[in-house]
Ligand binder design. Structure first.
Ligand code: AMP
Length: 183
């Protein structure tokens, strides 16, 4: 597989695993969270619009995120494959991604779903020390995940693309599980 998404709650280890797996397969890691944080740091127009949503732990509006992803997937290094980490985050984004990928003839091959219990996520997120990792924001981001992102599990299951991984294990062990599932 060379085109897949990493799906799962905040703190599930998607970003850590995406870096390792993308490097091993010589494909591109696309993290919408990283792209947005860099837009905020560079004070771009997009960054200025996105910042307040991110600080609260809300999703940045689809219109902003979709354009950013489309642009990123059009770049040269994305033509040999990618892992989308943190995108799509809701059903509207998943449908828009579907349309985009159909248009560019690069179908999605799998959706790797990281399963990690909420209690563990909260502990992990609070120990990470990122600016949007304070306790009330963490709680809100988990709620947003359950309300808006978790429905994507059924969405990809129905399309025969879902691959679930138990993410509550050591980093190397989770990598091994992913590699086995997407071989
Ligand atoms: P992450 O690094 O994936 O946890 O994302 C950090 C923050 O960026 C999220 O809490 C959202 O505010 C925003 N974000 C990242 N990806 C998306 C997305 N696909 N749609 C909307 N907002 C996003």
């Amino acid at each position: 597989m060379k085109r897949f998404i990493f799906l799962g709650p905040p703190g599930a280890g998607k970003g850590t695993q995406a870096v390792v797996v993308a490097q091993a397969r010589a494909i591109t890691h696309v993290s919408t969270g990283d792209l947005l944080r860099s837009a905020v740091a560079n004070q771009t127009d997009l960054g200025q619009k996105a910042k307040a949503y991110m600080d609260r732990g809300d999703l940045v509006p689809d219109s902003l995120v979709l354009g950013m992803v489309e642009e990123r997937l059009a770049q040269a290094d994305a033509q040999s494959g990618w892992i989308l980490d943190g995108f799509p985050r809701n059903v509207a984004q998943a449908k828009a991604l579907d349309e985009l990928l159909t248009a560019i003839h690069q179908p999605l091959e799998g959706a790797v779903n990281f399963e990690v219990p909420d209690e563990i996520l909260t502990t992990r997120l609070l120990s990470r020390g990122r600016q949007d990792d304070t306790e009330p924001v963490v709680r809100h981001r988990l709620q947003v995940y359950h309300d808006q992102t978790a429905p994507l599990i059924a969405f990809y299951q129905e399309r025969g693309l879902l691959i679930s991984i138990a993410g509550n294990a050591a980093v190397d062990e989770v990598t091994t599980r992913i590699e086995a599932a997407i071989a």
